[in-house]
Design a protein around this ligand. Structure first.
Ligand SMILES: [Zn+2]
Length: 628
């Protein structure tokens, strides 16, 4: 390595990432590889981050030196558990108590000590800011439910010392993390990342394996009378197949209120056979380790107090199969979900996730009504196409009580700003790209230094820019605002076919539209609404605020065009639906004209082609009417 290269790296150490140095050095020394530059950089930077030979000890000392920037959370750890947590003061301080949405994620294989890195980010102005990190290793611990307990200790301190009490927690589908959130932030709405959800379903539907999550059709039927108990997989189930792991922390009742076709059931939280060990530890009411679960007999208490024993059907296995040969031959040909059905199922799930009482138009405007619509639509689709294994999987992992609330956004009054944990992915991508590109498993003290000394300052700058009034100096649009502006302009430039499809009822004052595009849109906009307002000035894109309730967007320049000002508010969907009785039992009497009809696919007929493409509309509005 020429001395000149070492000098360049040394000179730029404090203000340049190794990633940025590569082209600079290679312009002068084309034969030097990127890997060489990275390894020299890390070697020369050692004086900045290496405090001891033991990497964890070194990381602790480093964090202690950074007292102005970080607050180390001291947690009591069990034998064999290694845990190092810290809070980014300059972010948790200004954002802490006002944080409404957080995202939580973990990355593995980030360091040579094999500690998992967990982190919590706060949403602020639709962007993510790192609040706190936790490095955790439980590999050599014998403690029960060690991972969840350690995470609880960390997040509880974050809640109590920094006032972080979010309304929404965005997360992927790891049940240990979900259990922790339910424990520490019980009032928060857990929202599974839409992207992770889609991927999980897509991957499962693509597998041929027929045996799936154990399905209890009787319980499903007790909640929804249209479910036929005989429509169930004939073969053996797979007691290991649970998306995100087995959920030990199910709510004790299956419905938050009596739904249109439901009766209230109380299901014992502990299944016979699961038998979690009893303990007085505060963290002990959920389990983390995998145990086999069987389904019964289970006792249920009906609303009149009568107790009912449920003896579920015994799943047939290959050993005790009473199938005749014909059925076996047919089974051998069967596949879990043939390719032609997969896309429709994914689209229906998208629609079920997106439905919300604030966006009326394709389901009853209540959480209970939306759930019944979603379950019925998916069940009837599976039944019509003979997809009993797919139905069993979908019900037990996504549609049954305890799972539905994790991904459907209709279960709470507000609509979160975030829909994915993308802010987490991009945070991690930046570290990877800028610093760790050629180091798969760096030392832990190096990682801590990168996170606190190198990465955090870029977030301080961004936060400072956001909080600065727009008028004082020019600022670039943040990336979501750029995306929003692009989307807005696209909506302005897309032609609307008149007369408008009668099912589309844009309500510019409430900023909701019943067209298919609106509910799906990342920014909750559509061409109908955007073209109903006066042209917006450039400052609009800098200043506009996204609300979690109607109207979704607000800004002083957002004014309805003159033509729309006189629209009778009573003819708008928001007013007409909210004037309906909100009792779930009466939601099925919704005027069917307000809702898409069963066979309707005429949103395919041109008006929205530019928005959603051919074919997507029909799945969106597959509404198997139960309104007669
Ligand atoms: Zn619209």
């Amino acid at each position: 390595m020429p001395q000149r290269v070492t000098d360049i790296i040394h000179e730029n150490m404090s203000h340049c990432t190794p990633n940025a140095l590569v082209p600079k050095i290679q312009a002068e020394f084309p034969n030097i590889t990127a890997a060489q530059i990275y390894s020299t950089w890390i070697k020369l930077s050692e004086e900045l981050w290496k405090r001891a030979d033991n990497p964890l000890e070194s990381a602790k000392q480093l964090l202690a030196e950074l007292g102005d920037e970080v607050d180390i959370i001291h947690t009591k750890v069990a034998d064999g558990v290694e845990q190092l947590c810290w809070v980014i003061k300059k972010i948790a301080g200004p954002l802490g108590k006002g944080t409404v949405e957080v995202a939580l994620d973990a990355t593995y294989r980030t360091n040579s000590a094999h500690l998992e890195l967990y982190y919590v980010m706060a949403e602020h102005d639709n962007a993510g800011f790192p609040l706190s990190y936790c490095l955790l290793s439980t590999a050599t611990s014998m403690e029960q439910r060690k991972r969840t307990k350690a995470l609880c200790r960390w997040v509880r301190r974050l809640r109590d010392q920094w006032g972080i009490n979010p309304d929404f927690v965005h997360i992927d589908k790891d049940m240990a993390e979900i259990g922790m959130v339910r424990k520490v932030w019980p009032q928060a709405k857990i929202q599974l990342c839409w992207w992770h959800l889609r991927r999980a379903v897509r991957e499962r539907l693509a597998k041929a394996k027929l045996s799936t999550t154990p399905y209890n059709p009787i319980r499903a039927r007790l909640e929804f009378s249209f479910i036929d108990v005989d429509f169930r997989p004939a073969g053996a189930s797979d007691t290991q197949e649970y998306e995100g792991g087995f959920d030990y922390h199910q709510p004790t009742s299956v419905a938050s209120g009596p739904g249109p076709n439901s009766i209230l059931l109380r299901i014992p939280a502990t299944q016979p056979g699961a038998a979690p060990t009893q303990s007085n530890d505060a963290d002990d009411d959920f389990e983390e380790t995998e145990v086999k679960r069987d389904f019964g007999p289970t006792e249920l208490t009906l609303p009149n107090g009568r107790k009912v024993k449920i003896i579920p059907p015994i799943p047939r296995t290959s050993d005790n199969s009473d199938d005749d040969n014909d059925e076996e031959t047919e089974d051998a040909r069967r596949t879990f979900c043939p390719p032609e059905y997969r896309e429709s199922i994914q689209k229906m799930m998208d629609n079920h996730l997106n439905a919300h009482p604030l966006i009326p138009g394709y389901a009853a405007p209540t959480p209970e009504g939306i759930r019944e619509w979603a379950v019925r639509q998916m069940y009837e689709y599976c039944e019509r196409n003979g997809l009993c294994e797919t139905w069993a999987y979908l019900w037990e992992n996504w549609y049954r009580p305890g799972r539905w609330e994790l991904w459907a956004r209709s279960t709470v009054d507000d609509i979160a700003r975030l829909k994915t944990t993308m802010i987490m992915e991009s945070h991690w991508r930046r570290i990877k790209k800028d610093f760790l590109h050629h180091f798969h498993k760096p030392r832990i003290d190096f990682l801590v230094w990168i996170l606190t000394a190198k990465l955090a300052p870029s977030y301080y700058r961004r936060l400072d820019l956001i909080q600065r009034p727009v008028g004082r100096g020019y600022r670039n649009l943040s990336s979501w605002r750029r995306d929003f502006k692009r989307e807005w302009k696209k909506c302005v430039g897309t032609e609307i076919t008149y007369p408008l499809n009668p099912k589309y009822k844009p309500d510019v004052r409430c900023w909701v539209c019943t067209c298919p595009y609106f509910a799906k849109s990342r920014f909750l906009v559509c061409k109908h609404l955007v073209q109903m307002v006066e042209e917006v000035p450039i400052t609009f894109f800098h200043e506009v605020t996204r609300n979690r309730t109607s109207p979704i967007w607000s800004h002083t320049s957002l004014k309805p065009k003159h033509d729309y000002e006189q629209i009778d508010p009573l003819s708008s969907p928001t007013f007409s639906t909210s004037s309906l009785p909100s009792s779930p039992t009466s939601s099925p009497i919704l005027n069917s004209r307000d809702l898409p009809s069963a066979q309707s696919d005429d949103d395919d007929n041109g008006d929205d082609d530019s928005h959603i493409g051919k074919g997507t509309g029909s799945a969106f509005f597959l509404f198997f009417g139960h309104l007669e």
